[in-house]
Design a protein around this ligand. Sequence first.
Ligand code: SF4
Length: 462
Amino acid sequence: MTTALHPDKDGPVLSEETARQPYVYRRRPLEEPDWRRIPGWRDVTQDEWESAQWQRAHCVKNLRQLRQVMGDLLDESFYADLERDQAERATMSMLLPPQMLNTMDSSSTDAFHADPVRRYMLPVFSDRRTDWPSHPHAARDSLHEAEMWAVEGLTHRYPTKVLAEILPTCPQYCGHCTRMDLVGNSTPNVDKHKFTVKPPDRLGAMLDYLRRTPGVRDVVVSGGDVANMPWPRLESFVAALLEIDNIRDIRLASKALMGLPQHWLQDDVRAGMERLAATAHERGVQIAIHTHVNAARSVTPLVAKAARAMLDTGIRDVRNQGVLLRGVNDSPAELLDLSFALLDEAAIMPYYLYMCDMIPYSEHWRLAVWEAQELQHAIMGYLPGFATPRIVCDVPYVGKRWVHQLADYDRERGISYWTKNYRTGLEASDPDALTRRYEYHDPIYTLPERGREWWRQQAEAA
Ligand code: SF4
């Protein structure tokens, strides 16, 4: 039996139970902030804003362009902080579509600095840890994907699934990108690796491998971001996948569904996706788009429109794979706000939240496994079960594990131990692959003093 706290017939009725909940759900209308508040976009029309070409041509790629757009909305101190990060820390070059920059709070330099989207899309030096900017076990290709390439760019890690990195670019670059080894332009800190095989030959080799490998049923078509591949080439690659009898699931990875929704709203893209969805339907294959949204404020009406346009083509689903990042979405309320914005307002299925991988200079973004476990616990029970995102740790040489699946955990040193139940492409003849324990490491600054001291001693002895 519930008791109305506000029996006033015009006011919201709160039950006693609701009033005591750690999180209170309310529908929140989506908002497209007015871009004309930004000095550089004062005269930009709605038609221009909604044009993919205009968005691409006006992406912010460097400090000079950021100054031109933001003008004196930001203090000099911010630009200096950014410049230092670009020179000394950044693993990704700057690339911000206006759509994404517009969702950041630009009401003051402090608000901009604190903005969750700014924190991961436009990192500054003062964001980063100075004690341990990188974990000693951080690595460029921290998931060892290139070691598991069956052919260049095709990672065969799980028994039935492959990841096809069809191109190394995106319409936007995220500061924490896991594929910082390969994706985007080189920075002063990171000389990017390059694919060596020409794109048509590389894609052809991937298709050949899949035709010869009947144990694979699921292809994640990624990069990079598939929105950067000219549509006819992407369509012909996906159409070729649809011809392979054992391929039953095709997932197209595109953060641009959020970062540049204008791309997915173009007539040729919608028409092409309709053709693919029709063929997939005939053959009983599921096509889905997997996007990457980390903060509720990124879900705007244009993002919702793009997601619904894609669902209207007949594809199976649009799902979100966000990344759990400190200062961005590390509270239960932020994760639930994000999930409800996606699910209720944009028809995007909250699916996974990845822990941030152990790449260089990512310590300030990373959470400890125990923190991720607490967050998973805190968000259970509010969303429908099918839409409750699973928080997963991508364990090197293992793959995704739910954060409660660890086999052991040394909380003092921040080392979690994980096992697996399949062999990756590297371990066909390794008798210990399924009994070995694989490690993941918490950020050192989250450890008790004895653990931090242990890591200091390890570093001195190295
Ligand atoms: S969109 Fe994905 S691949 Fe591209 S930079 Fe961001 S995280 Fe990396």
